[in-house]
Design a protein around this ligand. Structure first.
Ligand code: ADP
Ligand code: ASP
Ligand code: MG
Length: 427
């Protein structure tokens, strides 16, 4: 008997028929003797629908009070899901009880729309499990110290599931989704993408942080911190497939490299269309400039990603960086009001039509020339690189958004990702 957490994404919960399938699958795991906690997302499209309604009515300059209500609203999608899933399980003859984040409680900070989990009380969950019930907990939501409902950012149900798994010391957290595992890149963009049987935790962390939305980055961070074994697998297999086969399917995120892992230099390609580029033009090239520009942005609670400062001509230089697209207007406001006049800069411009494409692989640690191969490949496709950033196991470029798919496909071919790489065992 094991203690297992299942997470089901929006598509997997997309209709009552699909919810019935989820219930039948969970019932199969219960009947096999496992203790089960299930974390579902809102039904497909529901979070977008709710946020769309808010947008129609939103004030011109939304502030914290607005974001509080946005969370109050967006969290309802998951409440519907847990109720329906508990009912569907009861219809299968399984005892089930559902909870919202605040009822557990899953405590978070007060950063509405991107709250972080601070602690999870496992008492209620444990008592229900001990009483033989399946416990169903809303994904995506929590509660802050003031009793306000918070949400964890888009895709946050992954994080809820892994955090709950960590809190109850689950044996495994199975993330059921609409693809059958983690692929070399998004299979919707590159049909030749290949499913990986295993991916290292470090690579998964980079893939997620570089924009691969199959797992929310914070869920991978939690898995690393608390060593939660995670498997990503399909919820679209027949619910009655053999449970042992199901338990081995999909992609396992591993913490140790072992001999059966592929020895590829590049393991995957991620892309992200959510960023925008901001350039402060004609700033004096002297000490303290970066601190002044980025300090003002950080004070406004805006996260900065890729940064680039050009060499100066006549003592003046341009300073560029990327932020989330949702933060672009606010960033431009802050810079125009506080930084441009103080620095005597010429202007500030924003460009939302960019994307970031990244190659990721732990093999990059021990191979030279991987980045230059990436740049050559993009050059051959006539794609101009606007910014570059690297870490030990990834290289990212910022390019014009209209070349995103072309770049991802060309890089996928360049690094032979459609072919299985050697394993040490197989080599
Ligand atoms: P869910 O609603 O189940 O959480 P998401 O839409 O959030 O599902 O995440 C699954 C999607 O992630 C897939 O449908 C796929 O398009 C996308 N995706 C992006 N990168 C990858 C990747 N490397 N491997 C698999 N899927 C990926
Ligand atoms: N329902 C939320 C969203 O659409 C959370 C999730 O699906 O993980 O972002
Ligand atoms: Mg998701």
């Amino acid at each position: 008997m094991a203690l297992i957490v299942h997470k089901y994404g929006g598509t997997s919960m997309g209709s009552t028929e699909r919810i019935r399938n989820v219930a039948k699958r969970v019932a199969k795991w219960v009947r096999a003797g496992h203790q089960m906690v299930v974390v579902p997302s809102a039904m497909a499209g529901e979070t977008n629908r709710l946020l769309g309604l808010a947008k129609e009515l939103a004030p011109a300059r939304p502030g914290n009070a607005y974001y509080r209500e946005l969370d109050q609203l967006a969290a309802t999608g998951e409440q519907v899901s847990v109720g329906l899933l508990a009912i569907a399980l009861q219809a299968e003859g399984i005892e089930a009880i559902s909870y919202c984040g605040w009822q557990v409680p899953i405590r978070t900070n007060s950063a509405y729309t991107k709250a972080r989990i601070e602690s999870i009380d496992d008492q209620r969950i444990r008592a229900d499990l001990a009483a033989g019930r399946v416990v169903i907990i809303t994904g995506f939501q929590g509660v802050d110290a003031g009793g306000n409902i918070t949400t964890l950012g888009r895709g946050g149900s992954d994080t809820s599931a892994v955090a709950v798994a960590a809190a109850i010391h689950a044996d495994e957290c199975l993330i059921y989704t609409d693809v059958d595992g983690v692929y070399t890149t998004d299979p919707r963009v590159v049909p030749e993408a290949r499913r990986l049987q295993r991916i290292s935790f470090e690579e998964m962390l980079e893939m997620a942080s570089m924009g691969s939305k199959v797992l929310q980055i914070r869920s991978v961070e939690f898995a690393g911190k608390y060593r939660v074994p995670i498997r990503v697998l399909s919820s679209f297999t027949p619910w009655d497939i053999d449970i042992h086969e199901e338990a081995r399917s999909g992609t396992l995120i591993t913490f140790e490299e072992d001999e059966s892992m592929e020895q590829a230099v590049v393991s995957g390609i991620a892309f992200n269309r959510d960023e925008a580029k901001v350039s402060v033009l004609g700033v004096p090239d002297k000490p303290g400039i970066a601190a002044q520009i980025l300090g003002a942005v950080a004070d406004a609670n805006i996260e900065v990603d890729v940064i680039i400062q050009n060499v100066s001509k006549d003592g003046k230089t341009d300073f560029s960086f990327t932020v989330h697209r949702n933060d672009l207007a606010r960033t431009l406001d802050v810079l125009r009001q506080q930084v441009v006049p103080a620095l005597g800069a010429a202007d500030v411009v924003g460009d939302a039509r960019i994307c970031k494409v990244s190659i990721v692989g732990i093999g990059m640690r021990s191979h030279v020339g991987v980045a230059s191969r990436m740049f050559r490949c993009l050059a051959q496709e006539g794609i101009n690189i606007q910014m570059i950033s690297t870490s030990e196991i990834k290289t990212s470029v910022v390019i014009d958004e209209k070349y995103m798919e072309l770049a991802v496909r060309a890089l996928h071919r360049e690094f032979d990702l459609d072919q299985p790489a050697d394993t040490l065992q197989g080599a």
